[in-house]
Design a protein around this ligand. Structure first.
Ligand SMILES: Nc1ncnc2c1ncn2[C@@H]1O[C@H](COP(=O)(O)OP(=O)(O)OP(=O)(O)O)[C@@H](O)[C@H]1O
Length: 262
């Protein structure tokens, strides 16, 4: 794993009115690393993801991308740095095929005779879609399949592939396997592993610890807006992570039990 973090957050705080959603949170993800963000409802996971994707500005703290200080707070800024967010498959358009969904908002115009021809370059879009799906080993009948007819796992895979269209360095996934069956979940977890193999930093929010243990390198536990523990998956036990989530034992002890500081 590379020494310089891809993204590093230091002392991030965020308040919504009377609710302190994040309190002095440090967070880091490296290239080629899958970090799982876990915690009970209201722990601050989504807020942290929204900070990284630029949807909400922070009140306090410092953000470094590839070691350089950056200001996020606007989705365009995060996107331009190479941070992609996978929205639930609900963000797909059912009435379009896979190509139409992958290129939604970034369609390629056909060119010729020294200018634009006034229609879309469907051939190139289809070829690039097929190449991307092959690179990610996403198996679907064809790039021309309507997404409405795909399974939940295939749809989620298309949502991930769509996030990859801008060649990001980092991908954020909020509950990517929620509501998926066993086989479909396996498909999406395999896809996350392929993102890691391709050197991306991946952040996954999940309530499913079996998924987390199967796909993540590190687990960061949030509770009541604070980062309370960090586990190296290889050294962690599920019962310790559950204790950290619920606050059953003090966070200091938990972190020591796996030799990692919160
Ligand atoms: N836009 C908002 N306005 C007011 N309060 C908010 C807003 N967004 C989040 N909160 C509050 O901030 C706290 C953290 O919420 P957040 O959604 O980040 O938690 P979470 O860990 O993602 O929970 P869940 O697993 O239920 O999605 C909660 O108390 C929530 O009610």
């Amino acid at each position: 794993m590379s020494k310089t973090a891809l993204l590093s957050l230091r002392g991030i705080s965020k308040r919504f009115g009377a609710v302190q959603a994040l309190t002095k949170v440090d967070f880091e993800v490296h290239p080629g690393e899958v970090v799982a963000l876990v915690g009970d409802n209201g722990a601050g996971k989504s807020t942290l993801i929204k900070v990284i994707s630029g949807i909400i500005p922070i009140d306090e703290g410092e953000i470094l991308f590839e070691g350089k200080p950056v200001t996020l707070g606007m989705p365009q800024k995060s996107t331009s740095l190479g941070i992609a967010t996978v929205y639930q498959d609900l963000a797909l358009c059912d009435n379009l095929d896979v190509v139409g969904n992958l290129f939604l908002g970034r369609e390629l115009a056909a060119k010729g005779m020294g200018g634009l021809l006034g229609w879309l370059d469907e051939t190139t879009m289809e070829r690039q879609s097929a190449e991307l799906l092959q690179r990610l080993s996403v198996s679907i009948p064809s790039a021309r399949t309507q997404v409405a007819s795909l399974s939940g796992g295939q749809r989620q895979s298309i949502a991930v592939a769509r996030a990859m269209m801008g060649s990001p360095k980092m991908v954020l996934l909020d509950e990517p396997t929620a509501a998926l069956g066993v086989a479909q979940t396996r498909q999406v977890l395999d896809l996350i592993r392929r993102l890691r193999e391709q050197g991306l930093g991946v952040v996954v929010i999940s309530h499913n610890l079996a998924d987390v243990f199967s796909v993540a390198d590190r687990i960061i536990v949030m509770r009541l807006g604070r980062r309370v523990a960090t586990f190296d998956v290889k050294a962690a036990k599920e019962v310790e992570v559950v204790s950290a989530i619920t606050g059953a034992i003090p966070s200091g002890e938990r972190a020591q039990s796996v030799g990692v500081q919160p």
